[in-house]
Design a protein around this ligand. Sequence first.
Ligand SMILES: O=C(CO)[C@H](O)[C@H](O)COP(=O)(O)O
Length: 260
Amino acid sequence: MTGELSPIDKAKFVAAKRACDYVEDGMRVGLGTGSTAAWMVRCLGELVRDDGLNIVGVPTSSRTADLARQVGINVTSLDEARWLDVTIDGADEYDGNLNLIKGGGGALLQEKIVATASDQMVVIADISKKVETLGAFPLPIEIIPFGWQTTKALVEETLIGLDVLGRTTTLRMNGDAAFVTDEGNYILDLHLHRIANPRQMSLVINQIPGVVENGLFIDICDAVVIGYGSGKVEVHDINAGTVEEDKIDFVESANLFSDL
Ligand SMILES: O=C(CO)[C@H](O)[C@H](O)COP(=O)(O)O
């Protein structure tokens, strides 16, 4: 990346930088996956290098682990850390109850385990991720490769009984081959358009043999930090309520990252 950052990258950057306020010295921090989460990892790396912030990071994918190491964050496994203070991650969609769809980057399984093992989950996003009702973004589900076509058929049959607008399912591809997750599994994307009852959907989908986990995060997220290219930040925190802040200085410092 060279030159001035695009407005969307600035929006992701300001959200990521503001979310770093949730991180304190000595914390064990879950590190999300995706382009927005990558900004947060870079920002935390800067705090580690320049301000001596002492944290341990638990990455949610091999991609994030590589980036975290590159920027100087101490990385460990969830088994080593056991319980985390905070996880910061991106999302594909969030609704007014701070329920989420995640897994656009294929890391939903580790992301859900890590977020659930954290005292707080903070989501960082730009405003395009906000929806009235979840489901416009295809819902990813992680499935075992063994018998995947049977699992796909079972999922499609199950969708008939659920209140959704669309029922197409597609196997996520990586070129000509199936996309394979860090856990060695496949991803099915469910094109549902509108999920009337995400809690029910999550429970029912996870009952199907062959399904490992789905990308609905229900009652897991505690705060969403929305960034705008202008430097405005909105923080929707379940405990502290909603605040708007002007972080124009963040936008200026974003350009320090433009050569990444
Ligand atoms: O869930 C995810 C990866 O599995 C990502 O957090 C989600 O896809 C958002 O990514 P981005 O910040 O690149 O839009």
